[in-house]
Each structure stands twice: as C-alpha cells, then as structure tokens.
Design a protein around this ligand. Structure first.
Ligand code: PH4
Ligand code: ZN
Length: 311
C-alpha cells in the first residue's frame, strides 16, 4: 500500500532500526527494488532526485514527477507492504511543487548550501505548503561533499547539533539529514572513513525526529570486483564501512540513502552479461542481468539495516 514516508520512519525511529531509501531513475531499478522488499517483507522507500525526474520526463518535470507516481502507485496499491515515494534533494521550488502536485509521499527541501537563516526560512515555507497537502518533509543541515549528477558540493560542513534543535522546532520538518562526514558517489573518503558519531548522538538527543544519512553507500567490493573484471574503472572507489552504518543506526539514523551501491551492482551485472552473451541484444535480457544484482544488494541492505520483516 502507498503510504506517507513519515509513517515508515516514525516506526523505525521508535524501534531504532533503519529503512534504506533507494534511488530510482527508471523502471528496471524500481522492479528490482520492489521484488527485493517483497521477498524481505520490508517497508520500502524509493526516491528520485531532480535529475531523475528530468530524465524520466524527457525534460518535462511535471511529466517526470507524474511518471514516477503512476509507476510506483500502480504497483504499491497492489502489494501488502508499505511503499513511499520521496523527492530527494529538492533544490528548486518547481521540482518540489511538481512532486507535491503529482502525489509524492514526501519531499526534501535541500537548502543546505544556504546560510542557516535562509535554510530555515525556505524549509519553513515548504513545510507549510507540503503539510497542507498531506506530504511530509525532509531537510538537510550541514553539507555533504561529493558528486552525483545534480548533487554537487565542494566540501563537508558538519551539522551543529544546537542549530539542529532550533531548526527542527522552528520549521516543523518531519525528518532531518544531518551532515556527519559522508559524501555522495563512489569516492567518499581520501583516507580512512571518518564519521562524527558524537555529533550524530547529540542531534538525535536534541531533535528526537527520524534522521537521514545521505551518501550512505558502502561501495561493496564484490560488485566493484565484478564490474572491474568486465572492464569498468572504479579505482579508488571507497564507501561507508558497514560497521559504521550499523553504528549510525544504533545512534538514531532511520533513513539510509542508497544509490551508488545499486548503480555499481547494475553495471556489474550488465557488463558481465554482455561479455558472456555477445550474441544477445534483447534489452529485457541484458537489463535483466543488471536487475538481478540490484535485487541482491537491496535484499542484503534491508536485512542489514534491520527492517526486514517490519512491513
Ligand atoms: O545520498 C544519496 C546517495 O548516496 P550514495 O551515493 O552514497 O548512494 N542521494 O541522495 C542520491 C543522490 C542522487 O543524485 P543524482 O540522481 O542527481 O545523481
Ligand atoms: Zn543525498
């Protein structure tokens, strides 16, 4: 059933487990993710960035938002696990409005690169509009470095826990993404992974809302190895160690954004299949090979974060 993201996350926050939020850009990833969540009897959050909406709408953002709502609802309304659709990194007003209008469960207003007062003002404005439409809201405090299609930031700026308390109280935001040292993409850390667990603990104590970890892919070595065996160049790729993720969940992270791990799994499956099947040109077969690896990663992450069986 199609639900509000807040319902999934409030339960997770109470019971101290986490739910991955899987990014989708097309039908194949969504099918693989849904199959994995159904097999694991887990609550499901799928999310689309602004880049994904532009891609699916072939440049038209209202068509793109509607495409994802129609596709997700078509399946969500016929399954007995909770499914939510979230706008990830809503930086532009028109994308946020397009998502609310189309029927997204929740939206992120990402004004984290603005000064604190401006982030607070913009978030408050979106919370008012979204809540009036029954849509829940995520916001971000501090900044993640790292690069993905449209989500680019120069450097890490860690969250100030005292500011987080004021921010949540004044905006009424439903869930918060505190920057604690992760970054987007496959090349997260130059040296050792370093997350600020103390800071995370304080943010949870002071805000008491469900928390979100962006840039949470682990860059799983088994899939990196397969992708490289069949021609990919992922040298230097490094993600969040799974033991660090576990610690984040114990300290109050409830939504774990996962995109890069699915991208690497898909390209590994696709490259392997194409090499091993040079005569193949049916997209249902070669895209199906990518889907298979995505579903494996999805099922492992649902299990690992503790939401398997929580549907
Ligand atoms: O936090 C994450 C993903 O983190 P990850 O890279 O560690 O999977 N996200 O919000 C995904 C951002 C995807 O943006 P785009 O579609 O523009 O490339
Ligand atoms: Zn993110």
């Amino acid at each position: 059933m199609y639900v509000n993201t807040k319902d999934i996350l409030e339960k997770a926050s109470k019971e101290y487990y986490a739910v991955p939020a899987f990014n989708i850009n097309n039908m194949e990833f969504f099918h693989a993710i849904l199959e994995g969540a159904l097999e694991k009897r887990a609550p499901l959050i799928v999310e689309t960035s602004e880049g994904a909406i532009k891609y699916a709408g072939n440049g038209d953002i209202f068509k793109g938002a509607r495409f994802f709502v129609e596709m997700v609802r078509l399946f969500a309304d016929s399954v007995d696990i909770p499914v939510a659709l979230h706008l990830d990194h809503g930086k532009h007003f028109e994308y946020i409005i397009a998502a609310i209008k189309a029927g997204y469960s929740s939206v992120m207003i990402d004004a984290s690169e603005e000064p604190f007062e401006e982030n607070l003002r913009k978030t408050k404005e979106i919370v008012k509009i979204a809540h009036a439409a029954g849509v829940s809201v995520e916001a971000e405090l501090g900044q993640l470095a790292g690069v993905e299609d449209n989500v680019v930031a120069a450097e890490n700026v860690l969250v100030d826990p005292e500011q987080a308390k004021i921010f949540v109280e004044e905006t009424g935001v439903d869930f918060l993404a505190p920057a604690i040292g992760t970054s987007h993409g496959a090349f997260k850390f130059k040296g050792e992974a370093k997350l600020d667990f103390e800071r995370l603990k304080k943010v949870k104590e002071l805000t008491k809302v469900p928390l979100v970890l962006h840039g949470a892919s682990s860059v799983l070595p088994e899939y990196v190895r397969i992708a490289e065996e069949y021609g990919a160049d992922l040298s230097g790729a490094k993600g969040v160690p799974e033991e660090d993720l576990k610690k984040c969940v114990e300290l109050g992270i409830n939504k774990v954004n996962t995109d890069t791990d699915l991208r690497i799994a898909f390209i590994a499956g696709l490259r392997k299949y194409l090499k091993e099947n040079p005569k193949e040109f049916d997209p249902r077969h070669y895209l199906g090979a990518g889907k298979k690896f995505v579903k494996e990663v999805v099922m492992n992450r649902l299990e690992f974060l503790g939401c398997a069986g929580k549907a």
